[in-house]
Design a protein. Structure first.
Length: 611
């Protein structure tokens, strides 16, 4: 059978889209040989980006269609420049994983823009691929819920291919409005199709083979909507439910009632008020903890108006929280619920802290113009996905998860798709666009060359850890340090290993690097113990006190202070801190608390001051 020109072109478009679909498959990757789920996804992304960089020039020069530049493109460039300026120039943060990922995501955006401008229906192909990933994730979650497949976390039944239910639920909630819109389109377009005679000829009369693709898309979308709706309650993620409801509400309102503008505004305001109230009251302690994080993050943003650099949020947060508790203005409730988060649980605040206030304004402008574009083009599913992502970003950390970032980039690139007229480019435009594509290819190559030694280092680290070979070889850590010096688990393990070998000064040097990317109080505890072993008691005391201010509900730094004061014979301070260990209420009780309190009583008794 001879293929029509349209069928041939559709097949060619699908072929062009394959490397980009491979990027979307990042969400499914779990590579335990690299230590954790997140790292495995990173390296799949890097590998798939190499194929995207190879095929994009071919796509452009085969089709040679004009690429119409939009305000979204300009805003992406401006945001990229500001973020890199803050991270690389101001904070000298060139080779971290976050910076490399950011560069690759920017190149992915422009490569997708090339794809969408050259290939008719490629936007639909990529959006369908996203819906299929959500459907597969939802089915996997249902299987985990019923014990057919093991989850990736010992405490949770449903995680999909993520490490915990929060990001998993968020990913599903963001794609849900897209699948909902396509489901509504499917039902509206084929609502009059009622197959009563199930004979072969009757069905063929009803269904034109040219519409087979539309049927497949519609059915997959309906299944995705149902599956996500079934699994999402099991994740217990309030933020994802709120995001799904607001995003889906936007789709339904614009799909059916887009001319009733006042009604739209009232509906959104009502849903926002009800959602915020529900989220706060369902789990008040957790909500209070988020409010404290936001308060401290806001202070960190004010302290660093130009940003601290990508990946540096925890350090800036830790400093701001120490400052906050050192002023003694915090309530006892705040001291009890304080933690040492790796994320702000509000991406807008985190963007402000890491990349500066101007970058935050640019990001908001980018999303607003992208949403206006898709509304103008009646792409209500993408609009709803932006709404869900924006709402979820208020309460969680989607921009710290690579699958969510890939999803964001795909949605952004799709917003300008309908502005292209698929007319042929002149020679001057070909040369200019070809030069830009070449530039992004060079950036991709640079990033991949930077990541290859990191891949080898992760493989080496995890292989040797599995065999226990690192216990006696701190030199191996030193060899891997240049490649893994932005991995907090590696840094902490390296510092601990050096301390066990009584190389305390080297251990503290590694810990100094660690506190640039983490606000874990254990870093200060280990550093204090190292200084104590070096008989530098003033520095040891300073680090232990910093630990008590960073997370006031922890007893361990008070215990370490008690032991140090007892060692140097400062009986008054030893008894004072021992009493804190005895009387301070911990956030979570454990057998270790009982052991520390038993030692505190011994020290008090030894000084004859126990009442």
């Amino acid at each position: 059978m001879k293929l029509s020109a349209e069928t041939y072109k559709g097949a060619l478009n699908l072929l062009f889209a394959v490397p980009f679909i491979a990027v979307l498959l990042t969400v499914f990757i779990i590579n335990k040989d690299l230590g954790n789920i997140v790292t495995g996804k990173y390296f799949w992304f890097y590998g798939s980006m190499s194929f995207v960089a190879i095929i994009t020039p071919a796509i452009y020069f085969i089709n040679r269609n004009k690429i119409q530049i939009t305000i979204v493109d300009y805003l992406v460039v401006a945001l990229a420049v500001l973020v890199l300026l803050s991270s690389v120039v101001i904070n000298s943060n060139l080779h971290t994983t976050k910076t490399v990922n950011f560069l690759l995501l920017i190149t992915l955006y422009f490569f997708l823009r090339v794809l969408f401008s050259q290939c008719v229906n490629c936007v639909q192909i990529i959006m369908l691929a996203l819906i299929i990933t959500a459907l597969a994730e939802a089915v996997l979650g249902l299987m985990q819920l019923h014990g057919l497949v093991q989850s990736n976390h010992n405490l949770f039944k449903t995680t999909g291919t993520f490490s915990n239910p929060g990001p998993y639920a968020g990913y599903l909630a963001i794609i849900f409005p897209l699948a909902l819109h396509w489901s509504l389109d499917f039902m509206k377009k084929y609502e009059k199709l009622k197959v009563i005679d199930f004979s072969k000829n009757a069905i063929l009369d009803k269904i034109k083979w040219t519409n087979l693709y539309a049927y497949i898309v519609g059915i997959l979308s309906v299944f995705a909507v149902i599956s996500i709706f079934l699994i999402l309650p099991a994740t217990l993620s309030r933020a994802s439910w709120f995001a799904l409801l607001i995003g889906s509400g936007a789709v339904i309102v614009f799909y059916y009632f887009r001319k009733t503008k006042i009604w739209i505004i009232c509906a959104f305001v009502g849903m926002l008020v009800l959602g915020f109230s529900s989220i706060y009251n369902i789990k008040k302690d957790s909500a209070d903890g988020r409010l404290l994080m936001w308060k401290v993050s806001f202070q960190a943003a004010i302290q660093n108006p130009t940003g601290v650099g990508l990946g540096q949020f925890p350090a800036a947060y830790g400093k701001a929280q120490v400052d906050y508790f050192s002023l003694n203005n915090a309530s006892e409730q705040e001291k009890l619920i304080a933690e040492n988060p790796a994320y702000a649980f509000n991406e807008y605040l985190q963007i402000g802290v890491e990349s500066g206030v101007v970058s935050l304004i640019l990001y908001i402008a980018l999303i607003v113009f992208a949403m206006l574009n898709v509304l103008k083009n009646s792409q209500y599913g993408i609009f709803g996905a932006f709404i869900s992502l924006s709402v979820f970003a208020l309460f969680s950390y989607p921009f710290s998860m690579l699958p969510h970032l890939i999803l964001l980039v795909s949605l952004l690139a799709a917003t300008s798709s309908n502005t292209n007229n698929y007319s042929k480019e002149m020679l001057r435009g070909l040369i200019l666009t070809g030069g830009i594509i070449l530039l992004f290819m060079i950036i991709t190559v640079f990033c991949l060359m930077n990541r290859y030694p990191v891949y080898i280092a992760y493989k080496d680290w995890n292989d040797r850890l599995g065999s226990g070979l690192y216990e006696e070889t701190p030199e191996r850590y030193e060899y891997l340090y240049p490649s893994l010096n932005d991995d907090i688990d590696f840094l902490f393990e390296y510092a601990q290993n050096l301390a066990r070998h009584e190389r305390y000064e080297q251990s503290n040097a590694i810990l100094q690097r660690a506190i640039q990317i983490s606000c874990d109080p254990m870093l200060y505890n280990v550093m204090g113990r190292n200084y104590q072993a070096l008989k530098q008691y003033d520095k040891a005391e300073q680090n232990f006190i910093t630990s008590t201010l960073l997370v006031p509900n922890r007893l361990y730094p008070y215990y370490l202070l008690t032991k140090m004061y007892d060692e140097i014979g400062d009986n008054l301070k030893a008894v004072e801190t021992a009493n804190i260990v005895l009387t301070k209420e911990p956030k979570i009780h454990s057998p270790a608390i009982d052991e520390m309190r038993q030692e505190a009583r011994r020290i008090i008794n030894a000084n004859d001051i126990y009442n």
